[in-house]
Write a protein that binds this ligand. Structure first.
Ligand code: FRU
Length: 496
């Protein structure tokens, strides 16, 4: 695999045609997704600035053009009318070519519409000539003509009492208040992850440090808390973030997790009173940096999208010089003390031809799956075992099993021929005290998302099946199911 020098990773993209050859090569990969947003070239990571503005949904992603490597980051822009079909609009926020505030990357952030402009709050990842990092919280505005203009000065720089890990501004506008907040992921000098709060009465200037967010009962939960946000859903506040460098039970050697704490946010005392512990958002393998759309009008729901990938790992397509895809957007609600994540209702519009199951089962009781499909299964009480992306004889693949005695679902991907990141664990479990009754599974060319019991739990994983691994087998359990081909929904075209 290619070894990247710093110079190569931080090379400035001067002309889109510099990555045209790369695009032409990767666009024929059998692992290019058909209904998920994916890197146009090179690497994508966090989704940024998810918002409804000017009659469209806007989303940006962290993009490094050159290959499957983290380097100089741009914001790449995609839009949608319905959250399902997406179009590439091209690069939107460019880092400074000289020694400006964002000279080594326009890092993650959020967006807020004000009148006819969209304001982008992001981290300017500045490094000086000794490669010392100086993070700045920066602002840019995007007009409906697609032109981005950066504010010449940052809103504020790094707080001296914390390490240089201070980034990922989330702009928060409270409905009945004249005070606006920006929260930032940060870390104390002792490397305790935390959140810094800034406030202002004007969205565009006058920002002052308000303090560190207090989360009583959570003394230490990993290093730097990346990509924080506080969402209000159904009368609850949800604190979401990605604590770095911490292992959690049942998640192998993985030290990158995306989770949430449910509770109540008091903005006057900057205290988040939790009701319950830290839960992971996704029980699968590849999900990080989730973000929720700003300005969704329904107080009982939010829409979440996440990076279908992880920091510090490699994927099989790295050799093809691209990596990264986003999850499907998900509808987020609260039930009891948990978040429920469901596929958006609009996704049903992607359903094409339904497979007639009687005809399609082969002599091994396996059915060939289309490259892009949705499987819906009703499961009767008792144990159950389903293999997806198996060989034609039903062996291998990803095995979804439910043990009724243990009341636990397990997703095991160790049967896939292309195994990757095995040290992070190849099987993940989740207790299901009320049993398993329903699955909705979305398979694209290199990913699988499994929604359990109508959003009670989600397992997301990248998967890189060989040409033989396209079957499904029900090994145990009395079930009723549908399989639909899914229509392509995300254009894979060269727009930079
Ligand atoms: C999370 C992250 C953010 C940062 C961005 C850089 O994956 O490390 O904290 O802003 O990626 O691309």
């Amino acid at each position: 695999m290619k070894e990247w020098t710093r110079e190569e990773r931080y090379r400035y993209l001067k002309d889109p045609m510099e990555v045209k050859d790369l695009f032409d090569r990767i666009s024929v990969s059998k692992y290019r997704q058909t209904f998920h947003i994916q890197a146009v070239t090179g690497l994508m990571n966090d989704p940024n600035g998810f918002v409804y503005f000017d009659n469209k949904w806007h989303l940006f992603y962290q993009w490094c053009p050159w290959g499957a490597v983290h380097g100089l980051k741009y914001w790449y822009h995609v839009v949608s009318k319905n959250l399902i079909t997406w179009e590439n609009l091209g690069v939107c926020l460019l880092p400074d070519e000289g020694d400006g505030y964002d000279n080594k990357g326009a890092y993650s952030g959020s967006a807020m519409p004000i009148d006819d402009k969209l304001y982008l709050y992001y981290t300017g990842n500045n490094r000086d000539s000794d490669w010392v990092r100086h993070p700045y919280t920066c602002l840019a505005r995007l007009g409906s003509d697609g032109w981005t203009e950066k504010y010449p000065l940052p809103l504020f720089g790094a707080h001296p009492d914390y390490t240089d890990n201070q980034r990922d501004p989330k702009i928060i506008v409270m409905p009945d208040s004249n005070t606006y907040y920006i929260i930032l992921g940060a870390e104390t000098p002792e490397k305790r992850g935390c959140i810094l709060v800034y406030k202002s009465e004007n969205l565009l200037h006058g920002w002052t440090f308000a303090g560190e967010l207090k989360v009583p009962g959570v003394d230490y939960l990993g290093n730097m808390w990346e990509c924080p946000s506080i969402e209000r859903i159904g009368g609850h506040d949800i604190l979401m973030f990605c604590p770095q460098h911490i292992k959690l039970p049942g998640r192998g050697e993985s030290t990158n997790h995306n989770g949430y704490i449910l509770g109540k946010m008091d903005w006057d005392s900057l205290t988040f009173e939790h009701e319950g512990s830290f839960h992971v958002l996704d029980f699968g393998f590849d999900s990080y940096a989730a973000t929720c759309a700003n300005n969704v009008q329904d107080p009982d729901k939010a829409i979440l999208i996440a990076w279908m990938g992880l920091p510090d790992v490699t994927y099989p397509t790295d050799e093809e010089e691209w990596a990264g895809s986003l999850t499907l957007p998900r509808e987020l609600t609260v039930r009891g003390r948990r978040l429920i994540q469901k596929p958006l209702p609009e996704l049903k519009k992607l359903r094409g031809e339904e497979l007639s199951l009687e005809e399609k089962f082969n002599e091994e009781q396996c059915i060939r799956l289309p490259d892009a499909c949705e499987i819906e299964v009703d499961i009767r009480p008792g144990d159950c075992e389903i293999g997806i992306l198996t060989d034609g004889d039903g062996t291998g693949g990803i095995v979804i099993s439910y043990d009724d005695r243990e009341k636990e679902i397990t997703i095991d991907k160790s049967g896939m021929k292309e195994r990757f990141n095995t040290e992070l664990g190849e099987s993940r479990k989740r207790p299901l005290p009320d049993g398993l009754s329903h699955l909705r599974i979305f398979i694209d060319r290199s990913s699988v998302e499994i929604f359990v019991n109508d959003g009670d739990a989600v397992f997301t994983t990248r998967a890189f099946p060989t040409d033989q691994e396209h079957f499904m087998k029900i090994k145990e359990g009395d079930t009723f199911m549908h399989i639909w081909k899914l229509k392509p929904a995300v254009k894979d075209n060269f727009i930079i």
